[in-house]
Design a protein around this ligand. Structure first.
Ligand SMILES: NC(=O)c1ccc[n+]([C@@H]2O[C@H](COP(=O)([O-])OP(=O)(O)OC[C@H]3O[C@@H](n4cnc5c(N)ncnc54)[C@H](OP(=O)(O)O)[C@@H]3O)[C@@H](O)[C@H]2O)c1
Length: 263
């Protein structure tokens, strides 16, 4: 019932980062259709090529590029050139990495890499496109956050903080850009079956398939939802944990299983 309302938007020109696997690939395949132009960005060209082939088979036209989202200049140049040709009406800053971090200060701690990809990478993706959309007076930008953004958890300080920053960034930009006709949405998934979660050795409550997650995201973006958070039981739990007093929550979260470091 919740997802049966008609869509109000029909995106035709879409840029996706992290499109070679997981949620990015599922979104690319879900959007692929005749008349749709997709621009797919990732680092691993063979995985991107496989997603491109699926999308072309569904009737879409595809541009793909192997660019690291931390390479600000290269990404800005590619997005500007692609937008000149394709005039994106949807940009999804999805690329990200996850993993446990033991804390700050150790020489091999991957915290800065997590921030560089998950936060700087998002900024590098949206900075070149937002002024263009503002000039056009239309467009949608979606930022991939997480339900992990609502409360810091032991074992993932960098990942949780990067996703909290992305969520608040998107919520703030939404207000700035709404008057110009540009929508900014923030996506907060719970556990979804992707290569990222394949590395988790613990039980993941309400784990859902990537196709189902893509469907929820597509429908939320079509309606211009400010926050697309799912599945709802995990979202409710995340909100509850964020609202409860810290001493109560600290004892509970200290017992949660830990993620492996980024692969
Ligand atoms: N799966 C979940 O349960 C879940 C839950 C909440 C939020 N998320 C978020 O959803 C997003 C997608 O994750 P996923 O679950 O689909 O995992 P995934 O399959 O590992 O996808 C991550 C994608 O990001 C790309 N990427 C990583 N670093 C990059 C870089 N420096 N430059 C360009 N591309 C880069 C990877 O491609 P290359 O290796 O080719 O670069 C990969 O295609 C992430 O932001 C993640 O934090 C996932």
């Amino acid at each position: 019932m919740r997802y049966s309302r008609p869509m109000v938007n029909n995106f035709k020109s879409i840029l996706l980062t992290g499109a070679g696997s997981g949620l990015g690939a599922a979104l690319a395949r879900r959007y692929a259709a005749p008349g749709v132009r997709l621009a797919l960005i990732g680092r691993d060209d063979s995985r991107l090529a496989a997603v491109e082939a699926d999308c072309v088979a569904r009737g879409a036209t595809v541009e793909r590029a192997s660019i690291d989202v931390t390479d600000r200049a290269a990404l800005a140049a590619w997005i500007a050139a692609a937008d000149d040709a394709l005039a994106f009406d949807l940009v999804i800053a999805n690329a990200g990495i996850s993993g446990g971090t033991s804390g700050l200060g150790e020489s091999n701690d991957p915290s800065r890499l997590i921030f560089a990809i998950n936060l700087d990478g998002v900024l590098n993706t949206i900075e070149p496109i937002l002024p263009r959309m503002r000039r056009r007076g239309s467009g949608t930008v979606a930022l991939m956050s997480s339900l992990a953004s609502f409360r810091g958890l032991p074992g993932t300080p960098a990942y949780g903080a990067s996703k909290a920053a992305v969520r608040v960034l998107g919520e703030s930009l939404r207000g700035d850009y709404l008057p110009s006709g540009v929508a900014v949405s923030v996506i907060c998934p719970g556990f979804v079956v992707t290569p990222m979660t394949a590395r988790n050795t613990f039980h993941m409550p309400f784990l859902m398939g990537a196709e189902r997650a893509a469907e929820i995201m597509v429908r939320g973006l079509a309606r211009g939802k400010a926050r697309i958070a799912f599945p709802w039981p995990m979202y409710a739990l995340a909100r509850l944990i964020a609202a409860l007093p810290a001493p109560l929550v600290d004892r509970f979260v200290a017992r949660l299983p830990r993620k492996a470091p980024p692969g």
